[in-house]
Design a protein around this ligand. Sequence first.
Ligand code: HGY
Ligand code: MN
Ligand code: MN
Length: 422
Amino acid sequence: MKELRINKQRLWDSLMEMGDIGGTDEGGCARLVGTDLDKQSRDLFTRWCEAAGATVSFDQFGNMFARRPGKNNDLPAVCTGSHLDTQPTGGKFDGVFGVLAGVEVLRTLHENQIETETAVEVSVWTNEEGSRFQPAMQGSGVYVGRFDLQEELNKTDVNGIRLGDELARIGYIGDAKPGSRNMGAFFEAHIEQGPILEDENKTIGVVRLGQGIRWYNVVIKGRSQHSGTTPMHLRKDAMVATALITAEVENIGNRHKNGLGTVGFMQVFPNSRNVIPGRMNFSIDLRNPDAGVLKTMNDELLAFCEKIAAERDLEIEVDNYWYFAPVEFRLSDDVEAAARELGYSHMDIYAGAGHDACYMSDIMPSGMIFTPCEKGISHNPAERTTPEQCEAGANVLLHAMLKASARISQQHHQEGSVTEVA
Ligand code: HGY
Ligand code: MN
Ligand code: MN
C-alpha cells in the first residue's frame, strides 16, 4: 500500500472540467449554492464517484456522500470531503480541490482493487461559502447539530429566495436525517488560501488548528433627507456612521496579534445620490486563533458602535449571529506522518479560513491537509495552484485515510467496538 499513488493528470483534468461549470473569463469560477450550476457540479461528482465503484446519497440538507465499502462495513467509515459551491468571484480550487482529491482517492483504490479495512466516504457539504445564504459552513453545521435543519432551509438570499426551495428545485433534498451516518474520522484537503506555504517553500501544511470566527449583521437607522437642504449638524447620516465603524474594524484587526477584521457586504438605503442614507445594512467578519482575543475584539467593536450611536443619535443593531471557537485537529499527526513518509516538505500551520472539517471535529477526530496556492490569492478568479501541489495533497490524503482506516479496524479487534479514532 505504501507505493500507492494517485493519478496527477486525472486529478488535474477533473479540476479543470469541474472548473468549467460556472467558469469565468478571468479563469475563475462562479457557482453559488442552489443554482443550476450547483446542480451540474453535483451531478458530475455523482457520475465520477459511481464510475469509481461508490454509491452516492444525500441528506435533507443536500449534503452528499459517496460511499465505497471496505472489509468491515459495520465499522465507522473514514471520510473526506469539502465543498463545490464557490464565491461569486471565486477560483477553481477553493473547496473543489478537497472534493476531487477525495474522488481521486476513490478512483485509485478502485483501479488497484484495494479493499480498505473500513468503508471510505467522500462528502460534499452544502453552502460552505456562506455567500448567497448565511452562515458559512452551513451544511456541515447542520450535519453536526450546530444549526437547526428547518431554520437553515428557511434562510433566504437578498432576493428573498429560500434555500430549501432552491435545493428542492435542483433535486438535492434527500430523505436521510443529517448526522445519521456512521463516521469515525474526517480529513479535508484544501488549498491554504494564504501565502505561508509558498513563502516557506513547503509542499504540505499540517493544519493543527482552525481559527475562531465571529460574523455580524449590523443595521444602522438614521434619517433619509435631502442632501441639498439639510445642514450638516442636523443630519442623521447612516453612511458616515458605517464608514467610522468600518475604519474601526480595521483598527481592531491591527490592534491585536493575528487579528483580522473585514467589512465585505453592504446595502445602502435608499442608495440615491442626493439622499442622505437613512439606513445601512452591512457585515462584519472578525477572526483570531485565540478565543480570548476574539472576545476582546468583539467587546471593542460593541463598545465603539454604542459610542457612535450615542454621539450621532442613531439606532445601531449589532447581531453576532455566528460564532465558532478555534478548533484543534486531532488527526494532524496522521497528516504529518503521511507527508513525511511520502517525502513531502511540510510544516505546521493554522487555518485562517473556516472549513467543514472545523465542524466535523465536533463529532469525530479530524485532520486537514493544506497545499500552497500562488501568492496566497483566493476568493478571487486569480486563484492558482499546480498539478504537482494537488498531487502531493491528494497523496497525503490517501495515506492519512488508510492509516485512520487501519487504526479503526485495529481498535475494533482490540476493544470490540469503535466509536472514533483519536
Ligand atoms: O469564510 C470562510 O473562511 C470560508 O471561506 N467559508
Ligand atoms: Mn473553502
Ligand atoms: Mn472559501
